[in-house]
Write a protein that binds this ligand. Sequence first.
Ligand SMILES: [Zn+2]
Length: 85
Amino acid sequence: MKLGLLSGVSKEALESCFEMARFESPLVGSRLVIQEIPVTVHCTNCAAVRQIDFIQLFCCPVCGVPVSEIVSDKELEVVALEILE
Ligand SMILES: [Zn+2]
């Protein structure tokens, strides 16, 4: 799964819920792989997409100008399902 940092879902909570859901179900033995997606923004000053390391500061990490256009952050999607027999 892809999990955006601003999706409102914590990785730990998702893993914990998956553990409970697969218990005594056909999914016993399955594994959930979570890829955390960083927040990226478009900086109009640099005219470039930048990755924000600290979500408390919505400023371009290169020029320091505040940014308001979020490019990615809220993903919560299943990107692959692999079944081994
Ligand atoms: Zn910038």
